[in-house]
Design a protein around this ligand. Structure first.
Ligand code: ADP
Length: 619
């Protein structure tokens, strides 16, 4: 059983007070009793001396001895005067007179030799004893003195007995009063000890309950106390400590919130490891990169979690050397390229940040880099091919072919053709670069798609006729007007139709279509768009090449493209113009044969972002 401090203090004080009172009471009673007895004894002695004096005359005459009746009478008389029992005893213990006994019974009174006071008086001259009287049965104080009536007469003992009744009553009264005083003192002590215990323990229990609130996460810790003592000091110290604790917690919470905000909003993946290489923290970007959740990652060894040999090697190396490391890894499933910066964070113990890994997704960067490199290689190659040809034919002319009219005409025609091609490439490149850099502004005018299609078809028709291609249109008559740059859209259609003719064997069918696009997504109102398509029955494009044909200089079949006079830039220009109108372009297989290019142009003006060519589209 555990006792509260209040009870301990109260009971402790009470026990101490009760013991004190009890000891004081007992000692007081004892000392008073002794004093009473001493006083009583002194008074009794005086009475005894007076009684002895009263008996003296009876023994003055040496001739006659006093008669038993005279002795009895004197004893009774002296008893009345002294208000005490008077006994005269001979040296042999025989009672000669006794005021408490009738004359007739005197001879039957027991011999008194054995009485302690008599023995004392006979040996020392005086004696005292307190006991119950054989004769009266009352508790009595006896005082005896030795009396020598004459030189030759045997000594006698005068004994005075005084009942202790009055004294006992007085002592009992005294005890009662003392007991009452002790009870009152005890009650006062009880009240005081309870008050004292309360006044000491109340602030302590206040502190305890406030501490309980604090540990339960309650922010309002405050101990109210008016005490000026040590407990008050403790309370005010705790209040001060709690304030500081709150301030520190607030500061830490703010820091943590800021850190979390930074970690959450970071595009880079962040992973914090402890000294054993176990994951302490990962941010949402890293969750997305690896498709894992923070909950499943926390506390697990990094090597077991990711199972990427290169990443594991990097973690092992930094845990061993504690120096900055950097590496690039490719994720096997997604093929994404990640650049990892691993820095030591200083923590040496378990659950302490020891290593921080920052993972940058550089897939796009690497892709753009590759496109740029390919572009430089392609553009040099594309420019060098006609130039080499021109140079070769010019050298052949200079070497003497100019003197041969037939050969020189043929060579000059080739030089002209290659110059035209060079010119075409440079024009297309300039055009592309102008669109990319935002140097071309697209008009925003309402236009009828049908008229734009008709205009293009009329331009293309002579070429199509040459190769006996059939041009077909399937245009929805209820199409709403589109907002855009008619000249540029005609350029798009021309490029697509030109390709369709080029890559479709003679006698094929080319279909130009326009219809409302099926609404996609669940936007309210649904985003509306028009699908403009050019389908052919030509050689088609393999599925893996479809996403890449819009890259600059990308060709499915380089030799064929060059032979057909293509620059490899037509579709890149198409893509940029379409995206400049806020639209999209893609290619799909045409059934049963050929390719189908689709240009989706938005009708909803808010969805449009004219003149905007973003970095990602610079392909
Ligand atoms: P090119 O000037 O070589 O035609 P483009 O940018 O217009 O360049 O086209 C890129 C490549 O896409 C072409 O080299 C060709 O391989 C392929 N291509 C474009 N249109 C078609 C089509 N209608 N049918 C088959 N292949 C096509």
């Amino acid at each position: 059983m555990t006792w509260s401090i209040r009870w301990k203090v109260a009971l402790g004080t009470l026990v101490a007070v009760a013991c004190g009172l009890l000891i004081a009471g007992v000692m007081t009673v004892r000392s008073l009793e002794q004093r009473y007895l001493a006083q009583f004894g002194e008074a009794l002695e005086a009475k005894t001396r007076l009684v002895e004096y009263g008996f003296q005359p009876l023994f003055l005459s040496s001739l006659s001895r006093p008669t038993p009746s005279s002795l009895q009478e004197t004893a009774r008389d002296l008893s009345n005067r002294a208000s005490a029992r008077v006994t005269l005893i001979a040296a042999d213990g025989t009672a000669l007179a006794d005021s408490a006994v009738r004359d007739a019974d005197l001879s039957a009174v027991e011999n008194h030799t054995s009485r302690p006071e008599i023995q004392q008086a006979l040996s020392t001259g005086q004696g005292q004893d307190i006991r119950s009287s054989h004769t009266t049965g009352e508790r009595t104080m006896y005082r005896a003195i030795l009396m020598r009536p004459s030189q030759d007469a045997p000594p006698l003992v005068v004994r005075v007995g005084f009942p202790m009744l009055v004294l006992d009553r007085e002592i009992a009264e005294l005890q009662q009063r003392l007991f009452l005083a002790i009870v009152v003192a005890f009650l006062v002590a009880l009240t005081l000890s309870v008050w004292l215990a309360h006044s000491i323990t109340k602030p302590l229990s206040d502190i305890a309950s406030a501490a309980r609130h604090l540990s339960a996460g309650n922010q309002t810790f405050h101990v109210r106390t008016t005490a000026q003592d040590e407990v008050g000091l403790l309370a005010s110290t705790l209040n001060h400590m709690a304030e500081q604790l709150h301030a520190k917690i607030d500061e830490l919470s703010e820091d943590r919130a800021q850190l979390l905000a930074v970690l959450t909003s970071m595009v880079e993946g962040v992973m914090v490891l402890d000294s054993r290489g176990h994951v302490l923290q990962i941010n949402p970007a890293l969750e997305r990169m690896f498709g894992i959740s923070r909950m499943e990652a926390r506390g697990r060894p990094c090597t077991e979690l990711f199972r990427h040999p290169q990443l594991n090697d990097l973690v092992t190396a930094i845990l061993r050397s504690r120096t900055h490391h950097q590496d690039e890894i490719v994720l096997p499933l997604s093929g994404r390229c990640l650049q990892i910066e691993a820095s030591p964070a200083g923590g040496e113990r378990e659950n302490e940040a020891s290593v921080v890994l920052v993972l940058h997704d550089i897939t796009e960067l690497r892709r753009l880099e590759k496109i740029r490199k390919d572009f430089v290689a392609n553009v040099s190659h594309e420019l060098r091919t006609p130039l080499t040809s021109i140079k070769g034919y010019v050298e052949a002319l200079l070497d003497g072919a100019k003197d041969d009219p037939a050969a020189s005409t043929k060579f000059l025609e080739i030089i002209l053709k290659q110059s035209d091609r060079l010119n075409l490439i440079i024009e297309d490149l300039l055009e592309l670069s102008k669109i990319e850099s935002g140097g071309v502004s697209f008009k925003e005018e309402p236009l009828e798609l049908r008229s734009a299609i008709d205009r293009t078809l009329s331009m293309i028709k002579p070429i199509a006729d040459k190769t006996r291609h059939r041009l077909v249109t399937t245009i929805d008559p209820s199409l709403p007007p589109v907002t855009g740059d008619e000249g540029r859209l005609v350029q798009v259609l021309t490029n697509l139709l030109d390709n369709a003719i080029k890559y479709t064997p003679a006698g094929g069918t080319i279909t130009v279509g326009a219809k409302l696009a099926p609404s996609v997504g669940n936007a309210e109102p649904p985003a509306r768009a028009i699908d403009l398509s050019v389908a052919d029955t030509g050689i088609g494009i393999p599925e893996e090449d479809r996403p890449r044909v819009f890259e600059r200089f990308y060709r499915v079949d380089k030799a064929r493209s060059r032979e057909l006079g293509g620059t490899g830039l037509g579709l890149a220009i198409v893509k940029h113009i379409v995206e400049g109108h806020g639209g999209q372009v893609w290619v799909e297989a045409n059934h049963p044969q050929g390719s189908r290019f689709v240009v989706r142009l938005p009708l909803n003006p808010t969805a449009r972002s004219l003149h905007h060519v973003n970095e990602a589209s610079r392909a």
